[in-house]
Design a binder for this molecule. Structure first.
Ligand SMILES: OC[C@H]1NNC[C@@H](O)[C@@H]1O
Length: 447
């Protein structure tokens, strides 16, 4: 092992999942339906008609999965809570059965020396709130803060790292602009409204945490660095629009209390004006940034590309099964960008991983996944390089612990470092899991 890639002492090594993608049992023990429980039943919206009705059956198998994390030597586990298990109607009546499940999960993690990192919202809005307009209803900031407070009071003694939202950009772009994700709207007037209400909900939940919590709370964003396809003014302007829309649209309001100027250019008449007090709520200081990294985009001007007038340019490179270029340098570049633009905030890589075709499970207890091994090694080295440049990166959560439901792609794309046979629910660590275990155990020296 080399000292070349040793990470700082206390660097937090773990893995990540989300409720709807792995739990199954969506309506048991008093839970209410989520918008994904509905969306997967919309013909044609999810690959092969796959649903989260069973998924990885984690709701019932969580003890085995925690044992698997312990055997891999993981120190932390990032998971999300299904809001509709806690508040079946999204607000008002609290469901003891839902709280009890997450009690069991958190206690099992702690008994196994694994730190829980809890995300309050990972896309599975209670359907009852969607019936009231969901992220388009300004009252959702209060509904979300009410839900968050129920969770803080129950778990803050055991959970020390909270996140309000996972990837608000995906919620808005997928759920309200392009319609590929729940609730499946395609409306350029709704998208900025959903964005703003997501940010207000984030701020309200952080404000509630400051009144009730004693530890750390942050926001998880997906960031995708944009590189100009040429040095032309058109392509550089396209990069600015794409970067504003995907990367600065959420962090600028949180850190600066304002949206990037490019968004009014992008949305035009559909871009609302918001009252100043909203930004005072949104810009509540956070304790860390959760950064989900997968890929970059080489971007050119495209007059026909709605609404950004920007389009990706394919590269001569390795691409994952989800069509994402493998580009570890983008992770280093974006960490440096975060350091310089937002004052070097503490950052946890809350998701990073890759979907590649996995051959059928080999005999014995490991499945070979060379492309994912290569992706993992190169991206961890990219993080190490950023740390050496002074970026305050404090942890890494591999996406994902398990193969799971990749939203509208169903079970067709496998991100897990552990293979799941969805017929038998058998878990089989892949070679990437074995490597990751050695990296965790040596704090990076095995890289
Ligand atoms: O596409 C891979 C992952 N990206 N971030 C959000 C997760 O829910 C996805 O599975």
């Amino acid at each position: 092992m080399s000292q070349a890639f040793e990470f700082p002492q206390g660097f937090l090594w773990g893995s990540a999942t989300s409720a709807y993608q792995i739990e199954g049992s969506p309506l048991v023990d008093g839970a209410g339906p989520s918008i994904w429980h509905r969306f997967v039943r919309t013909p044609g919206m999810v690959h092969d008609g796959d649903t989260g009705d069973v998924a990885c059956d984690h709701y019932r198998r969580y003890k085995d999965d925690v044992r698997l994390m312990r055997e891999l030597g993981l120190k932390a586990y990032r998971f999300s809570v299904a809001w509709a298990r806690i508040l079946p109607e999204g607000k008002g009546r609290v469901n003891p059965g839902g709280l009890d499940f997450y009690d069991r999960l958190v206690d099992t993690l702690l008994e196994n020396g694994i730190e829980p990192l809890l995300t309050l919202y990972h896309w599975d809005l209670p359907a009852a709130l969607d019936d009231r307009g969901g992220w388009l209803n300004p009252d959702i900031a209060h509904w979300f803060a009410e839900y968050a407070s129920v969770m803080y009071r129950r778990f803050d003694g055991r959970v020390k790292k909270w996140a309000t939202l996972n990837e608000p950009w995906v919620v808005t772009d997928g759920g309200y602009l392009h319609g590929a994700l729940a609730p499946g709207h395609r409306n350029r007037f709704e998208a900025p409204i959903a964005t703003h209400h997501l940010l207000r909900a984030h701020g309200a939940a952080v404000q509630a945490y400051r009144a009730e919590g004693k530890h750390a709370i942050g926001l998880v964003v997906n960031l995708e660095p944009k590189y100009a396809a040429s040095d032309s003014a058109e392509d550089r302007a396209a990069v600015r629009r794409a970067d504003a829309y995907m990367n600065r649209q959420y962090l600028d309001p949180v850190f600066f209390g304002r949206y990037p100027d490019e968004l009014e250019e992008i949305f035009g008449e559909a871009w609302p004006q918001w009252p100043a007090e909203d930004f005072e709520l949104i810009r509540q200081p956070i304790d860390y940034v959760g950064f989900n990294y997968y890929t970059r985009s080489v971007t050119r001007h495209d007059e026909q590309a709605w609404p950004l007038k920007a389009a990706p340019v394919k590269q001569h490179a390795t691409y994952t099964e989800t069509g994402w270029e493998v580009f570890p340098q983008g992770l280093t570049d974006t960490l440096v960008w975060l350091r310089d633009r937002y004052g070097n905030p503490p950052v946890y890589i809350t998701e990073n991983g890759s979907a590649f075709y996995d051959p059928p499970v080999a005999d014995g207890d490991t499945l070979d996944d060379p492309l994912r091994v290569d992706y993992l090694r190169k991206h961890l080295r990219a993080i190490h390089a950023a740390i050496c440049m002074g970026c305050d990166v404090r942890g890494y959560m591999a996406w994902s612990l398990l193969d799971n439901l990749e939203w509208s792609l169903g079970f067709s794309k496998r991100f897990g470092i552990v293979h799941v046979d969805f017929q038998t629910q058998k878990r089989t660590p892949k070679r990437s899991a074995r490597l990751y275990s050695r990296i965790v155990g040596s704090n990076g020296r095995a890289l």
